[in-house]
Design a protein around this ligand. Structure first.
Ligand code: F6P
Length: 364
């Protein structure tokens, strides 16, 4: 079988490990791996070329994606997907592996929709990759672990200067629709507080919460060294938040105490780059392996999910190739993702309130 692989949407460290695994496993099983450059955009433009062992020799340790990525809005149009199907058929592709996030998996679902594609014979598999960890029914997506490590390392560094100058730092981290990275990295870096959209706080509440933390830290330790992590998904910009926090702190101290200095750091795309962690290399490699073998087994329209080997209930099937990997129907994944992002699923509800329960711990 000729097995095509593409990366789409925002890149994530560990995508290269998945591409490498797809390449080596396909070759080992006697199939032909084919790389599609620039995601769905490159697919419709026919940017396909065979992948050889040499192409992926250094892939494991590199961030980004050697196949490059793109956001392709035209892929929402059925005629454009028709063109993609024609290109794949012309190149005699039997299976396509899409490595990417929510939007990329949605593209894979539409591309392979029997109502649209008729008897189109190409089998499609998805591999979740997004630093935001905003894909449901997989405990982790490729890139999350590295991104979290990057944030923690940055916060450790910021803590040094915050301590030296006795300052408050507002640190913004990526996560357009999902506060997962902010929440987990706040715990892992020992931040003093975290702001994330799932908690659904008003601007005044956000400002009040930062001021509460600063004043609690000062009361406890006499220091103003505070790290507050803010998820990108919170609409108030970091600069506006700083202005409002400054005003609130000055008002609460009645202008008597020494002014508290605040600074803003936006980590931005730094969080998306860098050498993948060992775990992301492992995750990408194992998901790539399972995706190829599942395609060869005749699986179709499934996403490889990472779930600890416990009973996962009614959803999907455990891969016979790796007990940590499940095969989840993509439509089920996307529906669960919608509920996660809408705040309707039990996990979303847990995420939105867990920090309320932890509030006392943070204010200690
Ligand atoms: O990859 C997901 C993500 O990192 C979001 O957290 C962020 O908002 C977005 O990508 C930004 O991506 P780009 O600058 O490529 O549009």
């Amino acid at each position: 079988m000729r097995i095509a692989v593409l990366t789409s949407g925002g890149d994530a460290p560990g995508m290269n490990a998945a591409i490498r695994a797809v390449t080596v496993v396909a070759l080992a099983l006697g199939h032909e791996p084919v790389g599609v450059q620039h995601g769905y955009r490159g697919l419709i433009d026919g940017e396909l070329a065979p992948l050889a062992l040499d192409d992926v020799a250094d892939a494991l340790r590199r961030g980004g994606t050697l196949l490059q990525s793109a956001r392709c809005l035209e892929f929402h149009e059925p005629e454009v997907r028709d063109r993609a199907r024609t290109v794949l058929t012309e190149h005699d592709i039997g299976g396509l592996i899409v490595i990417g996030g929510n939007g990329s998996l949605t593209g894979a679902l539409h591309l392979s929709d029997p109502a649209e594609a008729g008897g189109w014979p190409v089998k499609v598999m998805g591999i979740p990759a997004s630093i935001d960890n905003d894909i449901a029914l997989t405990s982790l997506s490729i890139g999350v672990d590295t991104a979290m490590n990057t944030i923690v390392e940055a916060c450790d560094k910021i803590a040094d200067t915050a301590s030296a100058h006795d300052r408050v730092f507002l640190v913004e981290v990526m996560g357009r629709d999902c506060g997962y990275l902010a929440m987990t990295s706040a715990i892992a870096s020992g931040a003093d507080m975290v702001l994330f959209p799932e908690a659904d706080r008003s601007e005044a509440q956000l400002v009040g919460a930062v001021a509460d933390s600063v004043l609690a830290v000062r009361k406890r330790s006499g220091s103003q060294k505070v790290i507050a992590i803010k998820a990108e998904g919170i609409e108030t910009t970091p600069d506006r938040l700083k202005e409002l926090v400054d005003a609130e702190l000055s008002e609460r101290s009645g202008g008597t105490a020494a002014p508290i200095e605040t600074r803003v750091t936006v980590l931005g795309h730094v969080v998306r780059g860098g050498r993948p962690s060992a775990f992301d290399r492992l995750l990408g490699s194992r998901m790539g392996n399972v995706a190829v073998r599942a395609l060869v087994d005749g699986e179709h329209r499934q996403m490889v999910a990472w779930l600890p080997p416990v009973d996962a209930g009614d959803f999907g099937e455990r891969s016979v190739h790796d007990p940590y990997c499940h095969l989840m129907p993509i439509d089920v994944v996307l529906e669960a993702t919608r509920q996660l992002l809408d705040g309707q699923s039990p996990l979303a509800r847990w995420r939105s309130t867990i920090f309320d329960d932890l509030q006392d711990v943070f204010l200690l």
